[in-house]
Design a protein around this ligand. Sequence first.
Ligand code: ATP
Ligand code: MG
Length: 231
Amino acid sequence: MGEGQREGKKPIVELDGVGKTYFRDKEPVVVLDNISLDIEEGSYEALMGPSGSGKSTLLNLIAGLDRPSRGSARVAGQELSGMSDSALATFRSRTMGFIFQAYNLMPVLTAVENVELPLLLTKLSRGERKKRAQTALRVVGLEERMNHYPRQLSGGQEQRVAIARAIVNDPRIIVADEPTGDLDRKSADEILTLLEKLNKEFNKTILMVTHDPQAAERATVIHRLDKGNLS
Ligand SMILES: Nc1ncnc2c1ncn2[C@@H]1O[C@H](COP(=O)(O)OP(=O)(O)OP(=O)(O)O)[C@@H](O)[C@H]1O
Ligand SMILES: [Mg+2]
């Protein structure tokens, strides 16, 4: 078996003894203690736990928004712990799609312009960028709303635009931090169905933080975090 094939079998996320300590008034606060976690490519996993247990901190480490204080975090074949800020930024733009509870759309831009934003840093032509943004909006079922502004959309539709923005760079991994936290049951279920489709049809690896047991049940694996450790 060649090196490439063996590489292909490795988990896309491999955390080994990861810890995160913040300092508050010079006092260390251990937020993540000793986390070891493997996530296979193509899986859909949920992360639950009480408020303040470190879920967002862990998600942000995996996504390359932050670095561990100790331990090893290999994501998509790259070790993130010693990476420079600019290397992390490149890693994120190539590998990660982000979905948050607050949709974070730019109010002065239309849906398609919002979705196009992550592509502005690439070398793609204007026409190609627009084409990809339209394709992403089609995937989330909002192509006919491409020229609408966020204020003209419902919360569920805004989150779908945010999901289109998260997939426009064709990321291998999607991290979602309470993606249904601000939505009613029906809109939440639509978002969860869309995430399932991205996982099953587009083979995206998804890691989702959620407080909602119904949301977590849609995932194939549920991890529980408590006081900085996985149980
Ligand atoms: N930048 C920071 N500096 C200092 N402390 C931080 C920082 N970020 C998070 N913390 C602390 O780390 C702990 C875990 O925070 P985190 O946001 O990861 O929790 P969470 O599980 O996502 O909670 P929630 O469910 O409320 O979103 C909290 O006690 C928080 O105050
Ligand atoms: Mg959080």
